[in-house]
Design a protein around this ligand. Structure first.
Ligand code: PAF
Length: 277
């Protein structure tokens, strides 16, 4: 496995490669990332894992400074799993102040975008840069960040980028908590409570499958249940899987998305729901 920290060296290495699969990450890798690497292995002859904590996608009061940076451990985990680790510096990725951004559709201002202004613009901009640097045939993103995946798919489709975007299933701890680098911010007590988020999503899905289609009431009840246990709920929202627009009675392929903060840790999760025709 080669570890490369400059765009120029990466381009030299990839120039003769015709089958590259990219897994963009911000590092601090867990089983969810490793599952994406295995998926990537099935699609590309050469698997490139990028590790870059992208300042553009963090707001001024967010956790950019304390975001865990664990490059040495990450590289150990990637041995035998990825062929190339691309870990550029901020200066290499942004040699000058970035003034050109991807302008995103309205959906980027909803859900997570409502409480994280500019987040998706910064995310999409770095993903576009990574795709243009690596020029992979396929790129892999976890479904845990469902809205992110949706926005990337829109960008790739609407810009006719020659890359296939593949979504990887969310990997969970035994108690259901979706794996995330931010889980390590949780205290022991918060970690016990954190499982409630995925429980709540599963319960909501069961109610919908049992015939309860009163989406507004279900969203409200879930929000109140979490709030009563000390969560600060950002949103619990039932959306159409394909468009991420609010669910309509005729929609059958839905996703319930939630974001809520426990202590100082903002957690995200979602669950897909397939209603019978
Ligand atoms: O999901 C992430 O880790 C990041 O948002 C991504 C896609 C690597 C862009 O910085």
């Amino acid at each position: 496995m080669q570890i490369i920290d400059s765009i120029e060296s990466l381009r030299d290495l990839l120039v003769s490669q015709s089958s590259v699969a990219l897994v963009p990450t911000m590092g601090n890798l867990h089983e969810g990332h490793l599952a994406l690497m295995s998926q990537a292995r099935q699609h590309g002859k050469l698997v490139v894992a990028s590790i870059f904590v992208n300042p553009l996608q963090f707001g001024p009061s967010e956790d950019f400074d304390r975001y865990p940076r664990t490059l040495a451990e990450d590289c150990n985990k990637l041995q035998g799993v990825a062929d190339v680790v691309f870990a550029p510096s901020i200066n290499d990725m942004y040699p000058q102040r970035q003034t050109v951004f991807v302008e995103l559709p309205e959906i980027a201002n909803e859900l997570c975008g409502a409480s994280r202004p500019g987040h998706f613009r910064g995310m999409a901009t770095v993903v576009l840069k990574l795709l243009s640097i690596v020029r992979p045939q396929a790129a892999f993103f976890g479904k845990k960040d469902y809205q992110q995946l949706h926005i990337i798919r829109q960008m790739v489709t609407q810009f006719n980028l020659p890359v296939r975007i593949v979504g990887g299933e969310t990997v969970r701890a035994a108690d259901g908590l979706a794996l995330s680098s931010r889980n390590q911010y949780l205290s022991e007590e918060e970690r016990q409570e954190a499982r409630r988020l995925s429980c709540m999503l599963r319960e909501m899905r069961l109610e919908m499958l049992a015939g309860d289609r009163s989406v507004e009431r279900l969203q409200q009840a879930a929000t109140e249940a979490l709030a009563s246990r000390g969560w600060l709920v950002d949103y619990v929202s039932v959306r159409d899987q394909l468009t991420l627009q609010a669910a309509q009675p005729s929609d059958r392929e839905l996703v319930i998305l939630a974001a809520a903060t426990l202590g100082k840790t903002r957690l995200l999760d979602n669950i897909e729901v397939y209603l019978p025709g």
